[in-house]
Ligand binder design. Sequence first.
Ligand SMILES: Cc1cc2nc3c(=O)[nH]c(=O)nc-3n(C[C@H](O)[C@H](O)[C@H](O)COP(=O)(O)O)c2cc1C
Length: 512
Amino acid sequence: MTENRNSEAAWSYHEATKHSYTSIRAKPHFMDWSNQPLPFKIYPTLELLRLPNEVRQTGVAALSAISESVPAGTIAGPDLEAVAQLLYLSAGITRRRKYSGGEIYFRAAACTGALYEVELYLVCGDLTGLEAGVYHFAPAEFSLRRLRAGDYRRSLLEATGSEPAIAHAPLTVVCTCTYWRNAWKYQARTYRHFGWDNGTLLANLLAVATALGLPARAVCGFEDRQVHRLLDVDPQREVAFSLAALGHVAALPPPSTAEISPLSLQTVPLSQREVDYPLMREMHAASSLDSAEEAEAWRGRTPMTDFRPPAVPVVPLLALSDAEMPRDPIEQVIERRGSTRKFARTPITLAQLSTTLDRATRGVPADFLDPPGAQLNHLYLIVHAVEGLPSGAYIFHRRRGALACLKLGDFRADAGYLGLQQELPADAAVDIFFLADLPPIFERFGNRGYRAVQLEAGILGGKLYLGAYAQRLGATGLTFFDDDVVRFFSPHAEGKSAIFLVAIGHSAKPKG
Ligand SMILES: Cc1cc2nc3c(=O)[nH]c(=O)nc-3n(C[C@H](O)[C@H](O)[C@H](O)COP(=O)(O)O)c2cc1C
């Protein structure tokens, strides 16, 4: 049995990183501001290749871009301008804010603690305006740095055990996550954040790809070691988490000729010293795939997870039609997005909630979601202020397009408690919790299923953000007391695990 198949590792990581009322008090953590990590990875010896910084307007409505995808196999490839667009709108700096300790560079996608531990690398063949190579994206300078010259796509293709989208993609974006940049604040729970923060970024990237007419697919099945070798990252510090195949060309990449030699490039240290949380490295190692065969066997065939049909009142969604829906283009919505810091306790409409849920959950093109439309996470809601929907706890039935009521009541205080005793989930109009039935997921995918379930939650969460902002509502991701969330939604949620939380409502200080 390979290490990935023994899911004890994922269970122990999940258990050990649960938040509870007592865990937060028993182990308070204070951030060491004198040792704060740099928000960017910097290769000081490599030249910068500036990206064109004019934001091309696709004009495609955000609510379409998040809910549709370009059919696989559609011939299309990005040029340099499209590359710039994709990078800016997924990981670029969209806002800056000065504070007493310096400046925060806010980025296009939401990220826990604004710590931005996700790095992007491009692996491409010759594109219009960009030569074949392996590049690192430097958001601070809105530039690329070339790590390798030449076409290395074959190496990625081999690592994925010949994944079809990777085989024909002129460009694949490799997303890596850097432990220390996020663990400085969140300690060992950071490995969960890798999925969340990589996911919100991918939600933007996939939506922008759709708006640009590019087929796109998120890929999680790859031989980790080979991807690390290609990027020459130190896997004790930085690990590949997902790939995004973008575009489609008929020809397969040329066979690899060049040896993948170590680059030994200098990078600027993130901090004076780094604190190691071995639990995360153990989780990563235990969910790694060791061969192309393992990668090939990993993808597809998503398990059916337990979702009992409720014998309770059901409220059909009241989603807006295409003609009624707000048409703000995806680039405008991404540029005005920013996590709500204070919600007004004013209601949203059932149509707004329905549209957000419907558009965000129409399917994610990913190698672990098969057939298309399969989903690992289930959505549970606490409704506080939605016109036409009595306050209470609900589950979202995607296939039926309905909400089923679990219990009625005013649960603002409960929601505030569940969301780590913050005001945001108590003040929001609705809190959307993601819960997953982990045993069948681990049975099918092994420990790596834990990466997939967190990543899917991040992607869906990122789409919920965009769906809300497209309708001029506010949203924020939140963290939570794991077991209390499951208890709150039980008996329906018994046996499930809490994965993610997004709150939606009217921002007290509206943006845009
Ligand atoms: C998964 C996730 C969890 C988050 N959890 C919290 C939270 O518990 N409390 C909070 O105030 N903000 C939370 N945030 C919001 C982040 O702090 C915010 O995304 C970050 O500061 C970047 O700012 P921006 O989203 O406005 O660009 C979360 C964001 C994400 C994506």
